[in-house]
Write a new protein. Structure first.
Length: 259
């Protein structure tokens, strides 16, 4: 047969299961599938205009072998390579920036990020000024999550308010992540309200030094970090510099992070 007449062998397409089919496969409810995919414990894709969930059968098998309460990331490193944040898939090690102009905007990203991590049994680190921290705690209580209890259990860690240099702060992040990984293996979430960073460091310039240096630390751990900027407190130049120092933000849908 000539090259011109040769027929290409069709490549088999990978079959993706719906939420209902995945629930039947694992013998659980559809609500459990949605909860596990939202928290990042179970990988899922979003397809079509309605952004419907679709799951690979291989991922379901791996998840089933590990068990939902046994940290499936330990059974296969692929399960720990991504995290789902409100339908946005990000990679472990990502150092992201979020921007808001209202108190409600702060909660739109920060609250589900904290809530879903705590519900999934992941280690969560919060860095925020006391008044902002209390607002997060109150919002979590409204969602049925007890932040104080999570702190006592060692699952929710509050970044210490210590005045130090940019270099010391980067070293402290590394120490904190090392300790968290040993105490509770698995994925880690960090929500850092940047105004707390500026206050302890003493200047925006020192904060930007931390932002520049800390990405290399985050890449070495199974962590996703969101640096939350209240743009009411920063000038336009600082916001632009923050965008430049968080290139991971441009991997997911950019609009999700702008509030």
């Amino acid at each position: 047969m000539s090259a011109g007449n040769r027929k290409e062998t069709p490549v088999a397409r990978e079959r993706l299961l719906t939420t209902r089919e995945a629930a039947t496969f694992l013998k659980v409810s559809e609500a459990s599938i949605r909860r596990w995919t939202d928290s990042g414990l179970l990988p899922a894709r979003r397809v079509g205009r309605r952004r419907a969930r679709r799951l690979r059968e291989e991922d379901l098998r791996i998840f089933m072998e590990a068990g939902p309460g046994q940290n499936p990331a330990a059974a296969d490193t692929r399960l720990s390579s991504t995290m789902v944040i409100q339908s946005v898939v990000v990679s472990m090690g990502d150092h992201l920036a979020a921007f808001y102009t209202t108190d409600a905007g702060r909660l739109r990203i920060g609250l589900p990020f904290l809530r879903d991590g705590l519900r999934a049994g992941q280690t969560v680190v919060l860095r925020a000024l006391p008044d902002v921290r209390e607002r997060y705690f109150a919002a979590l209580r409204n969602e049925g999550v007890d932040a104080e209890q999570a702190i006592q259990a060692g699952q929710l860690m509050i970044y210490p308010e210590v005045s130090d240099s940019a270099g010391d702060q980067v070293a402290r992040f590394e120490q904190l992540l090392t300790a968290a990984s040993r105490q509770r293996p698995g994925q880690i979430r960090i929500l850092a309200e940047t105004l707390a960073d500026v206050e302890t460091l003493g200047s925006v310039a020192e904060h930007m030094v931390v932002e520049q240096r800390v990405s290399a630390v985050f890449k070495r751990f199974p962590v996703v970090t969101i640096c939350a900027y209240d743009v009411r407190a920063f000038d336009a130049v600082t916001v632009i510099e923050a965008l430049k120092l968080h290139p991971d933000t441009f991997g997911p849908q950019v609009g999700y992070w702008l509030n």
